[in-house]
Design a protein around this ligand. Sequence first.
Ligand SMILES: *[C@@H]1O[C@H](CO)[C@@H](O)[C@H](O)[C@H]1NC(C)=O
Length: 490
Amino acid sequence: MLPFTSSGSKATPRHHVGGYSNGYPRGKTFDISPHRYQPRGTTVQRRRTQSLVRVALVAAVLFLIVYFCWPRGGRSSSSSSASSSILSVLSLGLLSGGADFQLETVRYHDLSNVQGTARGWEREERILVCVPLRDAEAHLPMFFSHLRNLTYPHHLMDLAFLVSDSKDKTLEVLTASMEEMQAWEDEKMHFGEISIIEKDFGQVVNQDVESRHGFAAQAGRRKLMARARNWLLTAALRPYHSWVYWRDVDVETAPFTILEDLMRHNKDVIVPNVWRPLPEWLGGEQPYDLNSWQESDTALQLAETLDEDAVIVEGYAEYATYRPHLAYLRDPYGDPDVEMELDGVGGVSILAKARVFRYGVHFPAFSFEKHAETEGFGKMARKMDFSVIGLPHYTIWHAYEPSVDDIQHMEQMKREQLALEQAEKEKAEKAMKLKESFGDTTGQWEQDRTKLQDFALKEKKETAAAAAAAVAKNKEKVAATEEKESGGKT
Ligand SMILES: *[C@@H]1O[C@H](CO)[C@@H](O)[C@H](O)[C@H]1NC(C)=O
């Protein structure tokens, strides 16, 4: 059985006190303004400012009319016709302005402009970045580092966080990180509108790896996660968003250009491959997200045998689906642009066109074709003829969280390592003691060795001398022979 499945987001609950149902003052709330985030004033204040501005405008216009149109002597006819044309422009402006004033709350949106295209950054297409959070305090610094590094123009990205069922300081750390982020000196680094949404879903499963990834907990957990995603999306999606990017907070490594890289494919729904690094003794790396897959006949047959409300979760021996998983098709040297059609998708990093959601595709919190949450989302998108694509060779890395087994194993290894070190230390100490108590013997050995060396040297010298003598003798012999031979010839 594979001890992991992902979907990764740890979205979920936390009950909090001191907030009002209208979202207003609980200390700081955040305004949704397209370019930066700032504490919002009260409605009353805003209204007052607006009416002051209006009065000032009307006064200015009246002044201009009086100035140009008051009958004056000595003016030529041409100048008076000029002033009357100015008057007509002014009065038209005043009239249409008056209409605007009455309907100031009406916004006009042409949704044909926010369909999403391959080069959204050039067309200033806005992305809504959705991040479900549950007890995610520890991961937030890394997440904000990722955000900062994203190359997609920051002012075109609106951020929406859902904080739910959290017992740690997720909300506090999140608020502090955002304040810091929007105060960065480089204005280009500031993001657009930021929304923090709090809602608990009664996620009772513990957040530790075993409980989260245990088979029994999966279906219920996935349905709650689906609810959380739907709440987050419907609360934060605005008519000007062209794209929605879902990202887990515990992604460890991802290209800075991931948004552009995924967008270039111009698909309705697209996901990268998700692996995770492992300690050396576990093999160094491993496929992580098994929720991105292609449908198989086996799985379809299995689905038919299941109860209406059953939810198949991938990556568990209990459901042997034999589906081709995006994760297992990875070739580290493969072309990162290769596409693969998918039916189910994992939620670690999904880029989708906003229109997919506008058409009604969502994260089923019930059994949709025997699937829920992101896998159900993929299936539903397919059912509505949207393209759902995975990139087998474009990989991002999820953080490694050791399982209970891993932790035990690591502790065991550590104990063994310590025992080994202890044994070596003892051995060294023993040797030291031995040396100390037989110190004289060591001296004797040294002397003996020197003597032996001397002896060997002497012997070597003698041999060398003998050899030299032999060579000399031989030379004499040769010389004598040569003399004899040459003497015979002449
Ligand atoms: C962001 O970029 C900086 C500078 O290149 C780098 O040190 C940091 O590790 C990056 N953060 C992440 C999460 O990749």
